[in-house]
Every structure is written in C-alpha cells, then in structure tokens.
Write a protein that binds this ligand. Structure first.
Ligand code: GDP
Length: 373
C-alpha cells in the first residue's frame, strides 16, 4: 500500500481510517504491515490473530459523540471503572448519553484493596457514589479482571441483563477494559464471524464489534482520556510507579498540625490546622513518602525535587504541569478521604476536623469524599 493509498485506506476488519502515526489511536497500522493484503489495523489484527483486545484512546469530545450514538441503539451498556481511581474514572453524565439503555457498573481492580475490606460495605459505597453522580445502575459488580476475582458474576450479569441485545463496553483509559474484554473473548468469542464496525454520524471513530458465540456482539469502544487523572498527565515512565500492581499496604502517619508529607515528588500534603491525629495513605507502595515540618517544606522541595523527592525525576518533572494548591476543610465528625485522582487517597482518621492543603499538578482532581474504607 502506498502512502497515498494509506491516506484513503480503511481497515478491512473494522472500517476505521488507517494511519501510521500514533499507536494508541484507533486505526493505527505499523508501517511494516502496510503490505499486508487486506490491510487491517493493529487492533483488529490482535483480536483476529491473538484473541487480544488492545487499548486505544480518544478525547472527551469524540467520546461524547460515540456515547450519543449508543443512545440510539437498544443495548446493554457496561461501564468499567477503576476502584482505585473511582471518581477519576467514572464517566460523568453517562446516564444522559446512553438514553434508556441499562447500565451495568463493573468496578475493577478490587485486588488492590488491602486485605479484610468488607465487600458488602464496598458495594454500598459504590452504589451511593454512583447515585450521587446521577448514574442509575442495574447492578454493581466488583471484580478483578487481572486476578480473575468476581469474573463469574460479570459473565452472569451480562447474560442476565443483555437479553438479545448487544453489549457496549465503555470506560476511561487504564481501567482494565482490555483485560476484561480479553477474558470474555478467550471464553466466549466466535472469531469465525467477521469483526465489523459501527460508525456514528459525525465521528471518524469506530467501535470494534467482537462476535460472541451466542450470535450477539460485544462492542469495544476506545478509552476516554480524562486530563483530571494524574495517570494521564505524567509521562509513561512514571506510570509504572503510580499504578499499583499488588494489594496496597496502607501507611499510617501520626501528624501534628504544621506537618507535611511528600508523596514521591508528585504531591505535597500539608496538615495546616487541627488536633494531632493520624492519616492513612492508600497509594502505590512504589512511591516513597517523606515527612517534614510545614515551615521546611518549600525549602526541602526546592533542594530535593527530582532526587530524594521522586518520582518524577528531574527530567520527568519538565513534562508535568506545576503544582496548584487545593485548600480543603474536613468537617468535625465526618469520615472523609482526601481523594487525589490517579494517585490514591488519604483517609483522615481523627474525626476532629482538619484544615489541609494539597499541592498537586495543575488539572489533577483533588476532592473530599466519604471514606471508602
Ligand atoms: P484499558 O486501558 O482500560 O484497556 O486497561 P488495560 O486492560 O490495558 O489495563 C490497564 C492497566 O491496569 C494494566 O497495567 C493492567 O495490567 C492493569 N489491570 C487491569 N485489570 C486489573 C485488575 O483487575 N487489577 C489490577 N491490579 N490491575 C489491573
């Protein structure tokens, strides 16, 4: 295929416009594969040949158009969120966009929680949070796609709620959508049937239909990129330290007011005012924590950023937006987490109230929420 043909070319599998530019965008084909006849995009190639879905991403505008397309179908919508980044990965306004179609909320990565967390309490927490965000769900399923926990219920729930409909799978990036779809493909796909495409008016974006062995399709959509997640704004080389892979070992810090914690060099947490109390940090254990006095924090950061206070390294720091300060007031008597999207959260244990400043890269969502654990 010549460059000119490439410019007009569409994937023979899913119909998306082909390009050789960016591997994480729909339609990517490696230059070396252009000679293949028929030419198919990398995403279809992997599904066909390796039974493996790969992640591709799109921005919010394109994603909303795609969701609008789903409203016009009669389908079951499976929304996958990452428990570790719940408020960061929940698609706000999903309800409006999917019309009358039912939504099954699959909460992935429960393997990351410390041992002994009560699953019923957790499910109630998720239900409450989803409701607060205006999302009505037919069911909340807790699972770990990677460790194969709760997966039987995912499959049962799919069968139960879909009836004779197709299933759209939607989610933000890195929530484990591909991992989950790959499990489904491995056990239930019928790849003798062709991969097909659905094209929505006004978009160039294509969702891959994967035929299942019951005659229906599961439709993989690109992952939405949310710039309020730390995981989206750090360079890829930092991502590994940020995304926990093993169950989190929570760390408890007894702090007096006017003390500061640095979480790597990614976030600074100042306990500005309040009675002495403990704070429990839930974040990747690959991020070292340093504690200092608030009055020394500026100087410590200036002297040690990118070195002792890392990741990010000095070079990586250049690629990350500068910090902004979020001032948070934790009410007396409340049971609250300080949630930092993509990094984790800090549970405020005292119940006596606290004034807190969080310094985080500009754009990262930092909020107070009801305690998860
Ligand atoms: P996608 O972007 O939503 O398709 O996400 P992927 O399936 O590519 O997964 C993103 C990252 O999360 C990868 O590093 C996966 O290994 C990891 N991951 C996926 N599912 C799980 C899970 O259940 N638990 C844990 N701990 N990690 C997971």
């Amino acid at each position: 295929m010549s460059k000119q043909q490439l410019e007009q070319g569409a994937c023979a599998g899913c119909g998306v416009k082909l390009h050789t530019e960016s591997a994480d965008k729909p339609g990517f084909i490696p230059a070396s594969a252009l000679e293949r006849d028929p030419a198919i995009c990398q995403r279809c190639f992997r599904i066909k040949n390796y039974n493996e879905a790969i992640s591709v991403t799109i921005d919010q505008d394109d994603f909303l158009k795609l969701l609008g397309g789903i409203a016009a179908t009669n389908s079951l919508v499976v929304h996958i969120v990452d428990l570790f980044d719940f408020e960061g990965s929940l698609i706000s306004g999903l309800q409006r966009f999917v019309g009358n179609n039912p939504v099954l909320l699959v909460v992935n990565k429960i393997d990351l929680l410390p041992k002994g967390v009560n699953m019923n309490r957790l499910r109630n927490w998720v239900q409450k949070q989803a409701k607060t965000q205006g999302l009505q769900t037919v069911e909340v399923v807790l699972c770990s796609a990677k460790r194969n926990i709760g997966f039987d219920r995912v499959i049962e729930a799919l069968a139960e709620y879909r009836g004779k409909r197709d299933v759209y799978v939607v989610g933000a990036t890195n929530v484990g959508k591909s991992t989950l779809i790959n499990r489904i493909i491995r056990d239930y796909s019928d790849l003798d049937r062709e991969l097909t495409t659905s094209r929505y008016p006004g978009t160039t974006l294509d969702a891959v239909h994967i035929p299942l062995d019951d005659g229906h399709d599961i439709i993989d959509t690109p992952g939405i990129v949310y710039n309020h997640r730390m995981t989206e704004i750090v360079p890829r080389s930092v991502l590994q330290a940020l995304l926990p892979d093993k169950p989190i070992k929570q760390m408890v810090y007894q702090l007096n007011d006017k003390q500061t914690l640095f979480i790597g060099g990614l976030v600074r947490f100042d306990f500005v005012e309040g009675e002495r109390q403990s704070f429990t940090l839930y974040s990747s254990n690959a991020l070292p924590v340093h504690r200092t006095k608030l009055e020394r924090a500026d100087e410590l950061y200036a002297d040690h950023r990118g070195e002792m206070l890392a990741p990010p390294t000095k070079e990586q720091l250049d690629e990350i937006p500068a910090w902004t300060r979020h001032r948070l007031t934790v009410r007396r008597g409340s049971d609250t987490d300080v949630f930092i999207s993509g990094l984790g959260w800090i549970h405020v244990n005292g119940g006596t109230g606290a004034l807190i400043d969080v310094h985080a890269p500009k754009g990262v969502r930092v909020i107070l929420r009801d305690a998860l654990i």
